[in-house]
Design a protein around this ligand. Structure first.
Ligand SMILES: [Zn+2]
Length: 387
């Protein structure tokens, strides 16, 4: 049995050990040591990485009681080696994991709900709780969790004797028997867990719940702690600074700045739309229907623009007014006061590789044919009907 140094000291970053065995595994090797500070994946926490004698350890896992260090090159059996953790990564994982215990323990204490799912990846922790919470309750949970951090409370781990364990109330997702390891956060939480944790809550620095959504009758929270919270905060601040510079407003007033700009944008959009309509009306006024039909091609029109344009043009035609907009495919609207369009829509769409339909006085849709083909189709389909 490998001696688990991470149980005695979760902050141990390097150690010496003897290689018990090393066998090929996948594209690399799996080494077993007589002692290790590498934590194998467990309790929701990913396995440690680092080096053994300078050889990269890509992952650590436990199978059938054996702790396997996945190494890129073989290690000689019996050799004494030096292991070194990727400490920054492990410490960030411990900050997130201990932070999760605090959030789950605090939610249990404040609202009586249980953690029913937990996942760590990409510098974030996902916590599933079996009760819904209001934004106010979430704020309270976050504030209380951070108070536990700021008070720098002790974190203790121990294996109680079975007869003692029976009498202790602790959080656990499943029934546990035998050698149960408890992680106790002073006046906050007591939870069965096999992973290494911080020694005092102050090491976590800060806990931020960055997302909360309803999930299976409860809540799914996403949180960042410690260095991940710091990085998130810095990223958010830099984004706020950039937005503030773009809007020329103080960093704390970017929301007001953005909402002012969207109002201006909406106003500009409706002004542009009005001008475009005016322009189109003028354009129609200057056009002469060709054989009773008007065919108009115009860039950048919306479906509504096309309908208005076709409708306005129809007043001036004895045939149809057909309006098209786009490039590499068109949106269209055809209107008429004299031709019954509805029964002709199918034949028209076939000729212009289009789809669409409508009423007797207006049809609309989209098509893929070229401008020339479309002009011919208008003349042949609707022109014939006019006769
Ligand atoms: Zn845990």
């Amino acid at each position: 049995m490998t001696e688990r140094l991470y149980y005695e000291d979760s902050h141990r970053q390097d150690f010496t050990a003897r290689v018990v065995s090393c066998r090929p595994e996948g594209t690399g090797w799996a080494a077993v040591l007589d002692r290790t500070a590498f934590f194998p994946e467990g309790g929701g926490q990913p396995g440690d990485t680092g080096t053994i004698n300078g050889v990269p350890v890509t992952d650590t896992r436990e199978t059938e009681g054996e702790i396997l260090h996945f190494v890129a090159a073989p290690l000689a059996e019996g050799a004494v080696v030096t292991g070194a953790l990727d400490w920054d990564r492990r410490f960030a994982l411990m900050q997130n994991h201990s932070g999760e215990h605090i959030v789950s323990g605090t939610a249990n204490r404040l609202f009586g709900c249980d953690n029913v799912g937990f996942h760590m990846s990409g510098g974030e922790v996902t916590i599933d709780l079996n009760a819904e919470m209001t934004p106010k309750q979430l704020d309270r949970l976050e504030e209380e969790a951070n108070r536990v951090v700021f008070e720098n409370r002790a974190v203790r781990t121990y294996f109680p004797k079975p007869e003692v364990l029976e009498k202790i109330r602790y959080r656990s997702k499943k029934e546990m028997t035998g050698n149960v390891r408890l992680v106790e956060i002073e006046n906050c939480d007591l939870c069965a867990c096999c992973a290494p944790h911080v020694n005092r809550t102050g090491e976590i620095g800060m806990i931020r719940i960055i997302n909360a959504m309803r999930h299976r009758g409860g809540m799914r929270l996403t949180a960042v702690c410690g260095v991940n919270a710091f990085e998130d905060y810095r990223r958010m601040c830099r984004a706020a600074e950039e937005i503030s510079a773009m809007l020329s407003v103080p960093r704390t007033e970017t929301v007001r700045g953005v909402s002012r700009q969207s109002e201006e944008l909406e106003r500009a959009k409706s002004e542009t739309a009005a001008l475009r309509r005016r322009l189109l009306e003028m354009k129609i006024a200057g056009m002469t229907p060709d054989g009773g039909d008007l065919v108009i091609f115009e860039q950048g029109l919306t479906g509504e623009d096309l309908r208005r344009l076709a409708d306005a043009g129809a007043d001036r035609c004895t045939g149809v007014c057909a309006a098209f907009s786009g490039g590499g495919g068109f949106q269209y609207a055809v209107a008429s006061r004299h031709v019954d369009l509805k029964p002709l829509a199918k034949a028209f769409n076939e000729l212009i590789e289009g789809r669409g339909g409508g009423s007797s006085s207006m049809i609309q849709g989209s098509c893929r044919a070229s401008e020339d083909t479309i002009r011919e189709a208008v003349a042949s389909v609707f022109g014939r009907a006019e006769e």
